[in-house]
Write a protein that binds this ligand. Structure first.
Ligand code: NAD
Length: 284
């Protein structure tokens, strides 16, 4: 099955970027959020991102015009799903809210429409069970920012059909991304590996083995990484990081995902990293 039209649900950080990438590949998009101002904000973010690309000579005015013409911003749900082959859900990371939303979509979408969730930590299997189409339900996990990051984790449950997996793998390639197929499991592939890596960096700091700067320098120079665990935690946000590691810990109960005290204390103190100018480092 070829996907030619997508309903992107949620015009926030991820939704507007996903809409832009797919529209640039010539796929027709409806971008839906709950309030008109959120929809407009998403479309403005696409415009601003493309303006930057034009300034740097990477995009043309024509490409921007065509991309924007391919994205229809809406608040009405029925209008958002009209004629689409695929729904990509990028609403708030809340299990009950997502389940409620998928139940609503299931009522109004024809049976052939594929549902994909962009969740980072919730169970795709549990979300799929809230619909009557578990064979056409899949995880399509994009990375932030979707316009730049090339990976898409394609997450299958025991019920996801081969046809659904194939459609999402093909689509990922068509929009210029690299798909990796995995089974549904907390953190999928990337976050399952990254969370203990962050945690171990923080534990070294707590135990006084080395300073934050030396831990990050060691992993960059000795391990060939672009960033160390503590500076990357500061960049992503300690609050988001704590939620992520807790989500995996609660599902797997494996000690390597247990959040270190220093992370919990920093979040309690409101030191979220770069966005609050204080985390494992201080910023001007
Ligand atoms: N931010 C990241 O780095 C990142 C990376 C990968 C995956 N994700 C996942 O993507 C999803 C979205 O995250 P985000 O960072 O874009 O969140 P966000 O808060 O920036 O955007 C969510 C948007 O969804 C809207 N919304 C809420 N309920 C809705 C509904 N019923 N219909 C349509 N819109 C609705 C909100 O108004 C908001 O604009 C989450 O599941 C998150 O875990 C986020």
């Amino acid at each position: 099955m070829e996907v030619n039209s997508i309903g992107v649900m949620g015009a926030g950080v991820m939704g507007h970027g996903i809409a832009q990438v797919a529209a640039q590949a010539g796929i027709s998009i409806t971008l839906r959020d709950i309030k008109e101002e959120f929809v407009q904000m998403g479309i403005r973010n696409v415009e601003q991102f493309m303006d930057q690309g034009i300034k740097r000579g990477k995009l043309t005015e024509e490409q921007k015009k065509e991309t924007l013409a391919g994205i229809k911003g809406v608040t009405d749900l029925t209008e958002a799903v009209e004629g689409v082959d695929l729904i990509i859900e990028a609403i708030v990371e809340d299990l009950e809210e997502k389940k409620r939303f998928f139940r609503e979509l299931d009522e109004i979408c024809p049976a052939n429409v594929i549902f994909a969730s962009n969740t980072s930590y919730l169970s795709i299997t549990e979300l799929a069970a809230s619909t009557k189409r578990p064979d056409r339900f899949i995880g399509m996990h994009w990375f932030n920012p979707p316009q730049i990051m090339r990976l898409i984790e394609v997450v299958r449950t025991p019920s996801t059909s081969e046809e659904t997996v194939g459609a999402i793998v093909d689509l990922s390639k068509r929009v210029g991304k690299t798909p990796v197929v995995c089974r549904d499991s907390p953190g999928f592939v990337v976050n399952r590996i990254l969370q203990p890596w962050y945690n171990e960096g923080m534990r070294l700091l707590e135990e006084g083995i080395a300073t934050a700067k030396d831990i990050d320098t060691a992993i960059k120079v000795g391990g060939g990484f672009r960033m160390g665990p503590l500076e990357l935690r500061d960049l992503v946000g300690l609050d988001t990081g704590l939620k992520g590691t807790l989500a995996i810990y609660e599902q797997l109960r494996d000690d390597k995902f247990r959040p270190p005290q220093c992370l919990i204390k920093k979040v309690q103190a409101g030191h979220y990293g770069r966005k609050t100018k204080r985390g494992f480092y201080e910023y001007q």
